[in-house]
Ligand binder design. Structure first.
Ligand code: RB5
Length: 149
C-alpha cells in the first residue's frame, strides 16, 4: 500500500511524526508537502494528494491541517474520495470497516503524537467490512454523479 501524505502549516509537525511512523512500519508513501510551518492554503495540498489517489499513483491518504476539518472538507470535494476526520481510535476503525474511507484526516493542533500514531496504525490495518456497507458507499457515488456537470 502506498500512502499520499500531506498537510498545511497547522499539520506540518504531525505530518513529520507520521512520516517517521510510516518509515518504521515500512509503508511506502509520497509526501506532497507542505515543507515547513510557513502559512499555506490547505485546499491546495488536499487537491494534489487526493488527485494522486484518484489517478492510482497512491492507494490511500493521510491529510493533516490544524483541526483536520478544512483539509477533510476540501478532500471530500474530489469525486471518489471518502475522507474521515478521526480524533479517536474507534472512529478510525469504523471509518475503514463501514465507510471504506480512503483518506484519514487528522488535526495537528487537536491530537497528540501518540494518539495520532495509534489512530494511523488502526486505520492502516483495518479492512472494509463490505456487504451492507457496500450499498451505502455506492449511494455516495450516486450523489456525486447527480451533481456532476
Ligand atoms: C490554519 O490556520 C487552519 O485554519 C487550518 O490548518 C485548518 O485547521 C483548517 O481547517
Amino acid at each position: 500500500m502506498k500512502i499520499a501524505l500531506t498537510s498545511d502549516h497547522g499539520g506540518y509537525k504531525l505530518k513529520e511524526t507520521i512520516k517517521n511512523l510510516l518509515k518504521e512500519l515500512k509503508i511506502e508513501f509520497i509526501d506532497f508537502g507542505t515543507d515547513s510551518e510557513k502559512s499555506v492554503d490547505y485546499p491546495d495540498f488536499a487537491l494534489k494528494a487526493a488527485e494522486s489517489i484518484m489517478n492510482g499513483e497512491t492507494d490511500r491518504g493521510i491529510f493533516i491541517c490544524g483541526t483536520g476539518i478544512g483539509i477533510s472538507i476540501a478532500a471530500n470535494k474530489v469525486p471518489g474520495i471518502r475522507a474521515a476526520l478521526c480524533y479517536n481510535i474507534f472512529a478510525a476503525e469504523m471509518s475503514r470497516r463501514h465507510n471504506n474511507a480512503n483518506v484519514l484526516a487528522l488535526g495537528g493542533r487537536v491530537t497528540g503524537d501518540e494518539l495520532a500514531k495509534a489512530i494511523v496504525k488502526t486505520w492502516i490495518e483495518t479492512t472494509f467490512d463490505g456487504e451492507r456497507h457496500e450499498k451505502r458507499i455506492n449511494k455516495i457515488s450516486e450523489i456525486e454523479k447527480k451533481f456532476k456537470k
